[in-house]
Design a protein around this ligand. Structure first.
Ligand SMILES: [Zn+2]
Length: 295
């Protein structure tokens, strides 16, 4: 039986980029959603009453078959990329170094590196500022006797309590290590909490923002243990998917990550499943759709 084709089917201007008519192109995309030829034909706009025959006939067409295979391959590749990406980001989070965001450092005190372990100033300006302030305070006294007494000591080059000297010298470096021989701190130094510059921290896997509180700055840090559990869950899900489709590359990547983290086994994931309940809704929804539990 000869079939009359609509002229629009042959006009290249009316063809989809696949080279198929838009209707056939739509059929290919719809078919991939549920692998149901009849329903795909209906959704693509073919008449409902002949949809079953039409769907079957379309599936036998070589061009359509090729297009369906091409789309399926593209989709599989995209899923792999996404799966790898998720796993990689989780893995980065699980293995990231918290010290890069916040760490405690022991640094030298003012007497560690001063001459004869005297107080060491950063600069002459810093010394001068303190010196002048103390001179003004002590010599600005209203008590004439006290003033004379201070003046005599000062002229004699005697040390006046509270008036700083620069005997310890200059060049204090607050980032230097403590001196084990320091009589003031016994080499313990001074504890500093070092917080990363948030402009640099922005790209850190564990950085989740900064908050100004009444006690100071609070850096919000991602939960590494939770990330590890998510990796475990991801690997478990992935393992279930292996039977369906997964490239050798993805399997190799998952095995490599598995090997790099011995404690993370499917058993570990199962045993810690209750903790996964703490995942927020978005993560859970994403995990559910990946594991295919929607059907
Ligand atoms: Zn010291």
């Amino acid at each position: 039986m000869a079939k009359s084709k609509k002229s629009s089917d042959k006009n290249p201007a009316n063809l989809a980029p696949s080279g198929l008519t838009w209707k056939r192109d739509a059929f290919c995309r719809e078919y991939l959603k549920d692998r149901n030829a009849t329903q795909a034909a209906i959704r693509a706009g073919y008449a409902e009453k002949a949809a079953k025959e039409q769907g079957y006939r379309l599936l036998t067409n070589a061009h359509i078959k090729a297009q369906i295979n091409k789309l399926a391959r593209e989709r599989a590749r995209q899923l792999e990329i996404e799966a790898n990406d998720v796993l990689l980001r989780l893995w980065e989070k699980a293995t990231a170094d918290v010290n890069e965001l916040v760490r405690v450092e022991r640094r030298c005190c003012r007497y560690c590196h001063g001459v004869d372990h005297e107080y060491q100033w950063k600069t002459a300006r810093e010394f001068r500022e303190h010196y002048d302030k103390e001179i003004r305070r002590q010599f600005g006294t209203d008590d004439p006797d006290k003033f004379v007494e201070l003046g005599v000591k000062f002229d004699a080059g005697e040390r006046i309590p509270g008036i700083p000297t620069d005997a310890g010298g200059y060049g204090f470096d607050p980032t230097a290590d403590p001196n084990p021989d320091c009589p003031e701190c016994a080499g313990e130094g001074i504890v500093h909490v070092v917080v990363a510059d948030t402009r640099e921290a922005l790209s850190h896997p564990l950085y989740e923002g900064v908050k100004q509180t009444k006690d100071g700055i609070e850096i919000k840090i991602a939960d590494r243990a939770k990330a590890l559990e998510q990796v475990a869950r991801h690997l478990q899900m992935f393992k279930d998917d292996v039977k369906l489709n997964a490239s050798e590359d993805l399997i190799a990547a998952a095995r490599a990550i598995s090997a790099a983290s011995p404690p993370i086994t499917p058993q570990y994931a199962r045993e810690n499943e209750h903790r996964l309940d703490e995942l927020d809704e978005g993560e859970r929804a994403a995990a559910d759709s990946r594991s295919g539990s929607h059907g």
